[in-house]
Structure formats: C-alpha cells, structure tokens
Write a protein that binds this ligand. Structure first.
Ligand SMILES: Cc1cc2nc3c(=O)[nH]c(=O)nc-3n(C[C@H](O)[C@H](O)[C@H](O)COP(=O)(O)OP(=O)(O)OC[C@H]3O[C@@H](n4cnc5c(N)ncnc54)[C@H](O)[C@@H]3O)c2cc1C
Length: 408
C-alpha cells in the first residue's frame, strides 16, 4: 500500500501550527495541508497564555507580525460569521526611573513610525482608568489605545476552524514520531497512524520542537522556559474596560480578566527544562510547589508601590506554562541552509499569541515556494553557532534571557 501524500505537513496544533494552516489553505486552494497534533488542539503553551496581542514593542521586527494577527482575526471573524471578542482596552506603559523613561521615549517613537496611536497621560488619568493603580511614583506614562488581549484558546481554534473550512485537514491524537529524510532532504513524517509523505514538513511543536529537529539532524536553538502569572479574586477596582499595564521598573504586566486582575512577573531566576523532561501531556507537569509564591515575594514590595492592594487581595488562580526562549529573546524560526524541505515555526519567546498572524503568513508563503514577506534575519536558527539544545549550559542561557526580559 502506498503512503498518504500531502503538499505540507505541520507538526503541532498550537497557535503557530493552526495559523500556518489557515494562511496556507487560504492562499493555496486545492493543495493538501495536514496538521498533526498528538493531544487536543492548543493544549500546551497556547491555552495558558496571558494573550496580550501587543503590537508596539522595542523589538521592531515583531511589529509587522503582530499587525498581521489583527488582520487575520478580522478575516476569520468574517469567514466564520462569529466574533472572537478581542478586548481592545489599550495599554499603559508606566516609567518610574530615568532609564525606563528613555526606553519609553524610544517606544513611542517606534509607535509613531509604525502608524500606531499613542499619547502621554497624567498619573491622575492613569489612576482613573485603572482604579487599582497608584501612579504617584511614575515619571512618564504612555497610553496606546489600540492594543488588545484575547482568549488564546479561542484564537488558536479560530485558526483551526477557518483552516478546516478552507480545506485543511486537522488531526488530533496523532503523534509524529520521526521525520523521514532522504539524505539532507525531508520527505515526510512517521506518525502513530502511519507514514505521510510531504513536499514540505513544518515543525511547530513548541517546547518539544528540539526533539523533532534532532531527528532531522538540526540542533534547534531554543529552550523551554517557565512563564507564570496569577489571577486575583474579582473586585470593583478591576473594571473589565480598564487598560492593560506594563511596569518595566518591576518587570511586571497586568491586565483585566473578567472583573479580576491577571498579573505576571519576570522572576529573577527563571526555570528552563530540557525538552526531553517535559511530558507529552503538559497538564501532568508540576511547575511550582509553592504556586510561584517565592518568586512573587521577591518583587512584591516593588509591585506594591504601583498595586498597593497586592498584599491583601486574594489570589484565585496560578497559571504556568512553557514558552520557547532564546538567549537574545528573538524568535528562533525559518528555514535552514543545512536541510531541505523542512521549516521551523518555533522559538516564540513568550510572544507567540501576538506574532502568530505574521508567523502563519510567513510559513504559508515559504511552504508554497514563495518569498517570505517579512525579514527573518534576526530569527535565524543558526545564529548562536553549533549549540546543544539539551545541555545544561544552553538551558541556563535561555532561562537567564527570560529573567532579564523587560516587557511584552
Ligand atoms: C504563562 C504564559 C503566558 C503567556 N503570555 C503571552 C502573552 O501575553 N502574549 C503572547 O503573545 N504570548 C504569550 N505566551 C506565549 C504563547 O503562549 C506562545 O508563544 C504560543 O502559544 C506558542 O505557540 P506554539 O504553537 O508554538 O506552541 P504550543 O501551543 O505549545 O503548541 C505546540 C503543540 O505541538 C504539539 N506537539 C509537540 N510534539 C508533537 C509531536 N511529536 N507530534 C504531534 N504534536 C506534537 C504539542 O502537543 C502542542 O500542542 C505565554 C505563554 C505562557 C506559558
């Protein structure tokens, strides 16, 4: 019996895999694309995200990708005749030290350059908009009204549903166990359901991507690093319409969550784990015995300067997950000069919900043999040289990168 054949096979049904499927199916009618997800769609990093779809960032290379996310959402809403109900509440960046003020001045220049609206606002105005906030120590506050957050599971499954509507084949409960290689050329995948030959194989396997890359002979430059956040109990000081807030002086971000407050911090000591040590089903992984309380206690006094109620407000939920980090906090993705017909949609550096639209379009175009519409030179998977993604030294480098990451 001959093998099943596809034009494109995608390994991983998170937000990246599904976004690629949507963009490819839309732009290449009649071509066969298959997404293979071993669990349920969006079960891993995607469903755990705080899902801030931040467009205006210090890393300018991410901005066009994030803009495409908003474009894709609008297109999918039309196609499905449903609203994704994204919450366009805007974002406030609050600088309370001279260094952060100059970073903020750069950021607003970037916003203007990319045609995004922003304004400086007073501490009083900021406190009015976010009643939980004490902005008295702030030196400068910029408000960007067009930034949004969303439900990340819904976004990931919107991509999958529209992709399916346009002809993509989305399979759950199918694991890819090997990459078929003919010399230096990928020719398909081995799965728990049999072999699929493919013209192009795309690895979008999140934290586990280095395992599959290794099977294809590539040392993929990323490491799974834990991210964590908390959700408070509901309180009237957290109106649903309040803007998101970034506090670079504290390394914290905060946003409304159904009448409560969701907030995350960059801890001093981030935790990286070898891809081999993460179970296939992430829900069985124990992230933190103390629900991140040690990490939170390190920053709580500094956070309380802006959010005084943090000491006594009840914390209802603790969420943790793995994002794929790199030492320079730039994405690790694209093609490789070392192998043919295999692409890596990986290394999300905790920004995958924001950039998923551009990532989807880029890989859809590359898989169709067309030029990548974006400049991916900063994301080159070989830029760190010959690394061992499973070594302790590499894991530590990537963990440190998250600890020093500033915002977004
Ligand atoms: C706590 C937290 C907060 C975050 N907040 C934000 C935020 O505010 N904004 C933002 O932009 N991003 C945020 N992120 C990052 C965002 O969640 C990720 O960047 C994004 O979800 C990455 O998507 P992905 O498709 O690459 O990975 P995943 O969603 O992890 O998907 C990978 C999939 O591949 C599957 N897979 C792996 N190996 C195989 C195999 N061999 N065969 C078949 N399937 C396989 C897995 O089961 C999984 O479903 C956050 C992440 C976390 C953990």
């Amino acid at each position: 019996m001959s093998n099943e054949k596809a034009n494109v096979v995608i390994v991983g049904g998170g937000v990246f895999g599904n976004s690629i499927a949507y963009h490819y199916a839309k732009n290449n009618p009649g071509k066969k694309i298959i997404v293979l997800e071993r669990n349920e769609l969006c079960n891993a990093a995607t469903s755990r995200a705080a899902a801030m779809i931040t467009k205006i960032r210090a890393k300018k290379e991410f901005i066009p990708l994030a803009k495409q996310t908003y474009t894709a959402i609008a297109e999918m809403e039309t196609l499905l005749g449903e609203s994704l109900d994204i919450k366009t509440v805007g974002i406030m960046h609050i600088a309370a030290s001279e260094t952060k003020v100059s970073d903020l001045e750069e950021l607003v220049k970037t916003a203007s350059k990319f045609g995004e609206r922003w304004e400086y606002i007073s501490a009083e105005k900021a406190e009015q908009m976010a009643p939980w906030l004490n902005a008295s120590t702030s030196l400068k506050i910029a408000y960007m009204p067009d930034e949004a957050y969303c439900d990340p599971y819904l976004l990931g499954t919107f991509y999958a549903r529209t992709a399916k509507l346009l002809g993509a084949d989305i399979r759950q409960g199918v694991e890819v166990t090997d990459i078929l290689m003919d010399g230096d050329t990928a020719t398909g995948v081995v799965t728990t359901d049999g072999i699929i030959d493919a013209d192009v194989v795309i690895i979008a396997a999140g934290a586990w991507a280095p395992i599959l890359a290794k099977k294809a002979g590539i040392n993929l430059a990323l490491a799974p690093v834990r991210s964590q956040y908390w959700i408070t109990e509901r309180n009237e000081i957290f109106p649903e319409s309040m803007p998101m807030v970034v506090l670079p002086d504290v390394n914290a971000y905060l946003r409304p969550e159904g009448g409560a407050l969701l907030f995350g911090i960059r801890e001093r000591q981030s935790i990286a784990v070898s891809p081999n040590d993460i179970p296939n089903d992430i829900s069985s992984f124990k992230f933190s015995d103390d629900k991140g309380m040690n990490d939170l206690s390190e920053v709580i006094d500094r956070l309380a300067a802006f959010f005084p109620r943090v000491y006594d407000i009840g914390l209802k939920y603790y969420i943790a997950g793995f994002s794929a980090y790199t030492p320079d906090n730039y994405l690790s993705m694209g093609s490789t000069t070392k192998k043919n017909n295999i692409l890596f949609a990986t290394g999300c550096v905790g920004a995958g919900i924001a950039v998923c639209g551009g990532v989807g379009l880029a890989f859809a175009e590359m898989a169709a043999g067309k030029p990548n519409p974006y400049d991916f030179s900063a994301f080159d998977i070989h830029r760190f040289g010959d690394i061992d993604p499973f070594s302790e030294e590499w894991l530590q480098k990537c963990a440190i990168a998250r600890s020093v990451k500033n915002s977004g």
